[in-house]
Design a protein around this ligand. Structure first.
Ligand code: ATP
Ligand code: MG
Length: 652
């Protein structure tokens, strides 16, 4: 760790007074949740409505070979009626979803809970008419339109299992996911507008269906209305035609707490994506509780998460968490830079957004465009800012805090995974003293441990570094890899017996705050000194000329591993040998001689997953001169950037 003084930002007294949890409340609730999980979750499990109440709370086993996770196992409920029907008594006319389309043309829609009920029942009846029932799988390949939420909730209502596939994915990635789950229906749209361009989703689906080996139907939402090029009679159906006269009542299915709710693939940053399975009861309890406490959500707030529903963040924090809490949730079809880099701030101003939740990649991109885009908007409605997806560099954290939050809006840096269902390490805005770059403290019920990577020994106390594992189950935990319980056990429970292994590295400081250092694979060992690549990246990004950086280890004869840096420059800065030397000296000064970069390659772009995470495994291969073995690149956003990096690699 670098020796720099870390800034601290305690919550203001005023915020703490009005928050769901101040510091003392957090401490008490956290201690209770660890001391007696059955009592704690038995109580908080009641935050959702059960058809048949549970009598058992926790029944979980992390033993390798027999891993089995059950929460609230004898209770029954329906997720859609928790997200809709139970709110109709008090808030039928309240807006459930504010939909903001790609074009900034004033056609934003407000969908009330009453309207949401009708849409979801309609949709559910269509699925039933197409032969979908309890336990059947449905693939959703839609842009960010309200029908994506209707489709998810319609599946939940009739007990079908959805598998959402991000609309930016290729026909190949789609066909793999349709085949993988033997889905009965694939839901798509005639087109997906994003950043002023339209993706031909129906065309992609047609191509994907050529590789689908079983009988599956296609349901098409009319979003664009320009017609479709190809139509397969008997297979393809328009949603609006199917909905005609179908009726907007549909009894919710009574589901067991452990019945699967959805399948969702991980981002594929470290390898082939894993088909994560989440179930009904524990997931909903955990998503709704984290949404309320992490964002300090209060009735009347307008809440906005910029993620796509194709990621777990969109599942837990656009749809299920907020709607279970009766919130108003914003769904945005477009991108932060269209029509210009002020789009997000305009939406915040237009809809008086109170909680804004985004990813570091977005923050860094907007930071590079200049402050004027932020400053021309009235952001006084903001109460909490959130970040998720990657470690956030202190530089980006400070910009978010000072420019977007005017120094007054708490930032919650939420560490979690597709696998965890909801937040695991996060500040609570009225309770936690934050530090730029730290995900701080565990959420209720979460028992993080730092393990010595080789021996697996639990490291106690402060100022320790190792791999992050979780010592006991929490309700939002994934239950299995779809169709492959072996892979589930081997990935998460084999290496460190008795623990859930996160595949991430971390440090815990003297205050007990956690700092994620990146993937375990991204920890490099230079002459026996272990170091997270995130630390070197943060040092680089702190230099005025650097907009983004990715750092990987490279085999080195003397040091074991050397440091290879890919650097993108801010607009107005040109690559030069002088600048390279300056950056080498800069990192040396910021961290120490051990962190001195061996290679700095100028990178016009970095390879990222569709969810905006840097794919360091590809950069490692390029740095090691093994670019003929790149592995699974199906979730890569812009494959072209890799060609440039290969051509200009330095370690030939
Ligand atoms: P795959 O598992 O297929 O390699 P992935 O890990 O990127 O892909 P996700 O579940 O989308 O799939 O991402 C979870 C990971 O994202 C975490 O394990 C962690 O590495 C990173 N991450 C998420 N939030 C944070 C955060 N706040 N700080 C640091 N890292 C984060
Ligand atoms: Mg992962």
């Amino acid at each position: 760790m670098s020796e720099h003084k870390v800034e601290t930002h305690p919550p203001s007294d005023e915020f703490a007074r009005n928050a769901h949890a101040d510091h003392a409340t957090y401490e008490k609730m956290y201690a209770d949740s660890i001391a007696d999980p059955d009592a704690f979750w038995g109580e908080h499990g009641k935050r959702v409505d059960w058809i048949k109440p549970f009598s058992k709370v926790k029944n979980t086993d992390f033993t390798y070979g027999q891993v089995d996770i059950k929460w609230f196992e004898d209770g029954t409920l329906n997720v859609a009626s928790n997200c809709i029907d139970r709110h109709l008594k008090d808030r039928a006319d309240q807006t459930a979803i504010i939909w903001v389309p790609d074009e900034d043309d004033g056609s934003d829609q407000h969908i009330s809970y009453q309207q949401l009920h009708a849409h979801v029942c309609n949709f559910a009846n269509v699925l039933k008419k197409m032969g979908v029932g309890r336990g059947d799988r449905v693939v959703i390949y839609l842009p960010m339109i309200p029908q994506a939420a209707y489709a998810m909730l319609a599946c939940a209502r009739i007990g079908a299992i959805h598998s959402v596939v991000f609309a930016g994915f290729s026909p190949d990635a789609l066909s793999q996911r349709v085949n993988g789950s033997k889905a009965k229906v694939v839901i798509t749209a005639d087109g997906g507008p994003r950043g002023g361009k339209v993706t031909d989703l129906k065309g992609n689906t047609d191509r994907a269906m050529e590789k689908v080996e079983h009988d599956a139907k296609v349901l098409v939402v009319k979003r664009v209305g320009d017609g479709v090029r190809n139509w397969v009679e008997g297979r393809d159906h328009w949603l609006h035609e199917m909905e005609d006269g179908i009726g907007d009542t549909c009894e919710p299915e009574e589901m067991g707490a452990e019945d699967p709710l959805f399948i969702l693939y991980t981002s594929g940053s470290t390898g082939q994506p894993k088909g994560v399975v989440h179930t009904t009861g524990g997931y909903l309890v955990y998503a709704s509780m984290t949404h309320q406490y992490t964002f300090d959500y209060h009735d009347g707030d307008v809440y906005w998460c910029t993620a796509d529903v194709g990621w777990v963040t969109g599942h837990s924090y656009i749809v299920y968490g907020p709607l279970a809490n009766g919130a108003t949730t914003v769904m945005f079809e477009g991108v932060p830079t269209y029509p210009d880099a002020g789009r997000c701030w305009k939406i915040v101003e237009d809809h008086k957004v109170a909680q804004f939740y985004t990813a570091p990649t977005g923050i860094r991109a907007l930071m590079g465009k200049g402050n004027e885009f932020v400053e021309k908007h009235d952001l006084s409605s903001l109460k909490v800012l959130g970040t998720v997806g990657e470690p956030i560099n202190p530089e980006a954290w400070n910009w978010y805090n000072r420019i977007v939050g005017r120094g007054k809006t708490p930032i919650v840096d939420t560490w979690w995974q597709t696998e965890t269902g909801g937040h695991m390490l996060t500040p609570l805005p009225g309770a936690t003293t934050t530090k730029p770059g730290s995900a701080t403290k565990p959420f209720f019920g979460v028992k993080p441990v730092v393990l010595e990577p080789e021996s697996g020994e639990v490291l106690e106390g402060g100022d320790v570094e190792g791999v992050l594992a979780i010592a006991d189950s929490w309700p939002g935990q994934m239950r299995t890899v779809y169709g492959d319980h072996e892979r589930f056990m081997n990935t998460y429970f084999q290496q460190y017996k008795g623990f859930y292994f996160t595949e991430d590295g971390c440090t815990r400081d003297a205050d007990g705050d956690y700092w994620i250092t990146g993937r375990v694979d991204d920890v490099i060992n230079v002459s026996g000194h272990r170091m997270g690549t995130a630390e070197v990246e943060s040092a680089l990004v702190a230099h005025d000329a650097v907009s983004e950086a990715a750092v990987v280890g490279v085999p080195h004869e003397v040091k074991g591993q050397g440091i290879y840096c890919y650097v993108s420059l801010m607009a107005g800065h040109e690559p030069s040998e002088e600048l390279k030397q300056e950056l080498v000296g800069w990192v040396r000064n910021e961290i120490g001689p051990i962190a001195k970069p061996d290679f700095i390659q100028w990178a016009p772009g970095l390879p990222k997953t569709r969810s905006g995470k840097i794919m360091r495994r590809i950069l490692r291969k390029v740095a090691a001169n093994e670019h003929d073995q790149l592995g699974d690149t199906s979730t890569l956003a812009e494959p072209e950037v890799v060609d440039d990096l290969i051509e200009n690699r330095l370690n030939k």
